[in-house]
Design a binder for this molecule. Structure first.
Ligand SMILES: NC(=O)c1ccc[n+]([C@@H]2O[C@H](COP(=O)([O-])OP(=O)(O)OC[C@H]3O[C@@H](n4cnc5c(N)ncnc54)[C@H](OP(=O)(O)O)[C@@H]3O)[C@@H](O)[C@H]2O)c1
Ligand SMILES: *[C@@H]1O[C@H](CO)[C@@H](O)[C@H](O)[C@H]1NC(C)=O
Length: 364
């Protein structure tokens, strides 16, 4: 056996080479050698490269090697190519529904799937069931750690709690880095404070929001993460037929602005609603609380909701969050009355790619 294959190799195909994908490539190529991974394919939405024995690339050459390729990506063909390899994994670093819809095909062909893309696991029950079935039949695994809390160990912690026989009563947390930043700035223990619209405008200027802030303020991202957590709890696995769309979600997009498709125009109109947000902030403060946009999976009551809630100023959601931190509290039979808490940066390419890497190591 050649020395560089002294340890069994997992063939890695990366689809999506944006912020997270590029960082993942750099983390993979920087691993101490010998590493258990062979990078066999890279794809953007336009181009693809594939070499069954491993791509000859370095951190400084992969991008030009991909952009000079004349092959366009065909996912069916990629599934075929990977199925002829001994052990292979598809890493989906896109936010594409079209890629997510094909996970059952990859899994059927014995190819593992690792992804930070929430689309497949938080959508329709049909797709989710097809993923479960394909994985069960072929033995190929799918891993989703970086879909919730980016690199933070949220999904694995939940899985370990469930597998070890603890009873999860309630999961409660700040799951959106953008909503975290907005409310950490907007609602503090001190009186007064900046207007809601100015906080959103600054968050957008700093690149913390989606280009159209309504895509954060509508709560859908939080609802998607909640449906992934709920489906990872056996008693709730079939409780959300339409995935995130079945989650009770409070949108912070004023209804009068719902039809505005331009992000800049949206931010310009938002000050019209500052008074309403001010009033909510003052009401919370009058009872010694702050506002936080949270997600709740209440297993005992069977409630899954994304909502704007009040928390006392001494609560960890009020005291311990900074920047765009995520925080997740697991209330369980064993972790009672004091919950298990996971907290830290919940967005950014470096930590998200690390979450993907941690899943890859589970397969290595
Ligand atoms: N960034 C974060 O902090 C973070 C945190 C947690 C989770 N995530 C998740 O990680 C994923 C990637 O995020 P990102 O920030 O890296 O996004 P990004 O920078 O927009 O990169 C997306 C990549 O996907 C490619 N792509 C899009 N549609 C495709 C398709 N149909 N087939 C093949 N490739 C396609 C794009 O190709 P082109 O370059 O050709 O357009 C691009 O390379 C998303 O699902 C996101 O929700 C991100
Ligand atoms: C997430 O992945 C874990 C395996 O790590 C699995 O047990 C769980 O069912 C998955 N959940 C979803 C919604 O995909």
């Amino acid at each position: 056996m050649p020395a560089r294959h002294a340890i069994p190799q997992l063939s890695v195909a990366i689809v999506g080479v944006g912020l997270v994908g590029a960082e993942l490539i750099s983390q993979l190529l920087s691993l101490p050698q010998p590493s258990p991974f062979t990078l066999v394919s890279l794809s953007s939405s336009k181009r693809t490269v594939f070499s069954p024995s491993g791509l000859e690339i370095t951190p400084s050459t992969w991008a030009s090697s991909l952009s000079s390729s004349t092959s366009t990506l065909n996912l069916q063909q990629l599934a075929l190519q990977l199925s002829s390899l001994d052990r292979a994994v598809l890493v989906d670093n896109t936010a594409s529904q079209a890629v997510a819809d094909l996970y059952p095909l990859f899994l059927q062909n014995g190819i593992h799937v690792v992804t930070p893309n929430k689309k497949a696991f938080s959508g329709s029950q049909e797709l989710y069931d097809a993923i479960l079935k394909a994985s069960k039949e072929s033995g190929a695994r799918w891993l989703n750690e970086s879909t919730v809390g980016a690199g933070l160990p949220v999904v694995q912690t939940l899985k370990d709690l469930v597998a070890s026989g603890d009873k999860v009563k309630k999961i409660e947390g700040v799951f959106s880095g953008t909503m975290s930043y907005i409310f950490n700035e907007f609602s503090t223990a001190n009186p007064g404070g900046p207007s809601f619209s100015s906080v959103v405008r600054i968050a957008r200027e700093k690149g913390y929001t989606e280009p159209h802030p309504a895509d954060d303020l509508n709560g859908a991202d939080v609802a998607r993460k909640l449906s992934i957590l709920a489906r990872s709890i056996p008693s709730l696995q079939n409780s959300l037929p339409a995935g995130y769309a079945s989650v009770s979600t409070r949108s912070l997009v004023p209804s009068a602005l719902e039809a505005i498709s331009d992000g800049t125009e949206f931010v310009e109109r938002l000050p019209e609603f500052d008074e309403q947000f001010d009033k909510m902030r003052e009401e919370a403060r009058a009872e010694g609380s702050v506002l936080r946009f949270v997600g709740v999976v209440d297993v005992e009551k069977g409630v899954v909701k994304a909502d704007l809630e009040r928390y006392p100023t001494a609560h960890p959601f009020a005291t311990s969050l900074g920047g765009s931190d995520n925080i997740v509290m697991f209330h369980t039979e064993r972790y009672s009355p004091r919950p298990l808490i996971v907290q830290g940066a919940g967005a950014g390419a470096a930590v998200t790619a690390m979450g993907v890497m941690s899943d890859l190591f589970k397969l290595a």
